[in-house]
Each structure stands twice: as structure tokens, then as C-alpha cells.
Write a protein that binds this ligand. Sequence first.
Ligand code: ATP
Ligand code: MG
Length: 413
Amino acid sequence: MIQKIKGTMDILPSETPLWRYIEGVMREEAEKFGYGEIRTPTFENTELFVRGVGDTTDVVQKEMYTFADRDEGRSISLRPEGTASVVRAIIENGKCSDPMPLKYYYIISCFRHEKPQAGRSREFFQFGTEMFGSHSPAADATAISLANSVLLRLGLDNVKLHINSIGCKECRPKYREALVNYFGERSACLCDTCKTRLDKNPLRLLDCKNPECAEIAKGAPKTVDHLCETCKKSFELLRSSLDAMKIDYVVDSSIVRGLDYYTGTVFEFIAEGIGAQSTVCGGGRYDGLVSSLGGPELPGIGFGMGITRIILAMTERGLDKVAVRTPSVYVASLGERAMVKGLEIVERLRRAGRYAECDVVGRSLKAQMKYANKIGAEYTLIIGDSEIDAGVAQLRNMQTGEQSEVSLDSFVI
Ligand code: ATP
Ligand code: MG
């Protein structure tokens, strides 16, 4: 028996209606905010993620699915996230000179070789949005508001917004120095990865999942205490915008985000009651990313929302039941001639836009009626040789039991 790969999932027809409902809400909300859908390839040159996500991040160092392309031998990777690909696409398609802002969204699967557990898989699904071309905190507030609107529409009003600012290239060096001093004094207790990161990228130490490192990180200097005037002002303006929009938040200095490209505003939406993997949405500003991937100086702000974690949060609150469409007519048949007639009838009904089914397994009449009941058919039509000869049959309302005569060759319900 060949089994699915560890950390992947099958989503069955009993579950897809919920997925589609959630994805529908995401699309509708994004489009309400003026975001257009973009679709990029599932795999890209590895270099894109090494440069885009950052070579000292866990994602690139430990989690990426990378392999040599068959014929050309170059290194390619399954996308571990969506932003780098969108940035590549806007540069490659000449969108950077379009009127700003550019607003894109996507619903994609991403691939990371992580330890599978509830809310953490190796292929996972993400709703992501990116906005390019605005330095204004109004853009940050808009991105946060979009994520918030999706969560609210899904009924997840218990998800808490945590925001922070991790500064720009002006304030980073000083903050970096403070971090190197702090962690340097405690380097003996750090994990090996963090020891090597201390010089290269000390901000990553704040994001380490190792319990000892996480404990040390709690006492580390805070980014918000090291912001330059511009970053400080932006963060204040974002806070007053969120206040005005009545979007609740807490300022949380532990939010630094796992990818290198973030600058300024970072945020997470955290759900209570779904276990350790409680961040349903994470995002922030990435002002240096477009230029670092070969484009012009173009600021950006976006987020990724994990659909599996949204489902966990909805299930926890009993919000995971969505209406499933049921057939308006089920045609039950007796004998071969009637079976063919049944196919003819459902074909006509489907072409008229109806949801109709007929027997295709040759069940007994009794078993067919039981099945029609099980799938929730509104009406059933029973046909045999005598109905075909007469050209009419009884259409039965499954709720009331009422019957009415209909013409086999023309009825539409
Ligand atoms: P985490 O800290 O939980 O590992 P992250 O910072 O690595 O998250 P992002 O790269 O920002 O996550 O991705 C955005 C969102 O995608 C996350 O907030 C989460 O909801 C979801 N996500 C990330 N990794 C996984 C995964 N392996 N399985 C399921 N969902 C995931
Ligand atoms: Mg992660």
C-alpha cells in the first residue's frame, strides 16, 4: 500500500465545501479591497528564495524542498512561501511602473520540511496578499484590516492581533548592536544554530523555537525602544489608524517574523484554543525586498494566512459546518430501458442548470429510494417500462410525500 507523504493531506469531498467556503470569503474580501488574483509557478529557481526569504532563516536553511532540475542541473525549489514569487513576477512582467499601489492576492500551497503536527504540515495552504508602492501606515492599516475582515466574516472574533515594529535600515544597526551584546553575554546557553546566527543575523535569535533560546529571547532588548523618528512616527500613525478603524490589537515585542525581508510593521493574528500552532496569520512590511530582487525601490506590505489553522480555529468554535448542495431531482429507474431514459432526463435537467442524479449502479428500487433520501434529493421520479410507454411519471416531493404527474420528455424542475 503506497501512502501519502508524511506531512501532506487528502482533503475529501466531505471537507472541501468548508475549504471552498473559506477560500470564497478570502477572494471576496480581497477583491472588495481592490486586490487582484495572481498565480505564479509552484517551483522557482532556488536563488529566488535564498535571496528573497534570506539565507539565515530556518525556511531556507532547514525546510526548503530543493532539487536539481533534470536536464539543466540547476537548483530549483518548491515555494516555501508566496511573497518572493510575487515580487519576481511583478518585476519580470514590468508592473513596477504601473500606477501605485499594486495589490495582489493568492491562494496557494507552500512546502516546508517541518515537523508535522496539528496546524503544521509539509504541504500547507495559504491565503496571501501583497501591496506594493506605499510607505504610508495607511497601507499597513489596510493590509491588517483585510486580514481582520476575513477572520471576522469567518466568525473568528476571538483571534487577537499582535503588532510590532522591527525598524528600518536606519534603526537596525543600533538595535542589532544591542542584540549582539545581549545574546553575546549569554552565548554559552544558545543552541548551535543561534551561535552561528549571532554575527550574521542576530534578529533571527528572537525567533528561535528552541525553548532555552526562547527563554533568553524574552529578556532581549525590544525593537520598539530602538526605532528611528520615522519608524516611531509610522508606528504611532498605524496605531491611531487601527484605533479609528476599531480594530483591537496589542503591541507585542516578541513578534519579529521568521523571514528576513521584513522591515517596520510586523503583525500576527493569534487564535486561542487551537494548540501550539496558534498563529493563523502573519505578515508585515518588506520595503527592501523588491530592490534586493533586482527591481526598483518599491515598498511592500503583505501577509500569509494559514488555511489549515483557520479550519482548526473554526472547528474549535463549532463554525465548521457549511451547507452542502443537494440534488433537486433523483431519477430512480426499473430496468435497462428506464435506466437509459433516466440518463436522458438528468442530462436535460443538468443542461437547464439543475442538480440532478439518477441510478448508475443498478440498485433495486427500494435501495434507490433509500439512497435518494440519504443524498437529500428534494424530488424523486420513478420510471419503468409503463411510464416510458405512457410518457409520464409521478414526481414525488420527498418532504411532503405529494406526487404530481410530469411529462418525461419536457419537464424541468
Ligand atoms: P510559524 O511561526 O507558525 O512557523 P511562520 O512565521 O513560519 O509561522 P509564515 O511564513 O509567516 O509562517 O506563513 C504565514 C502563515 O502560514 C502562518 O501564520 C501560518 O498560519 C501558516 N503556516 C506557516 N507554516 C505552516 C505549516 N508548516 N503548516 C501549516 N500552516 C503554516
Ligand atoms: Mg515557520
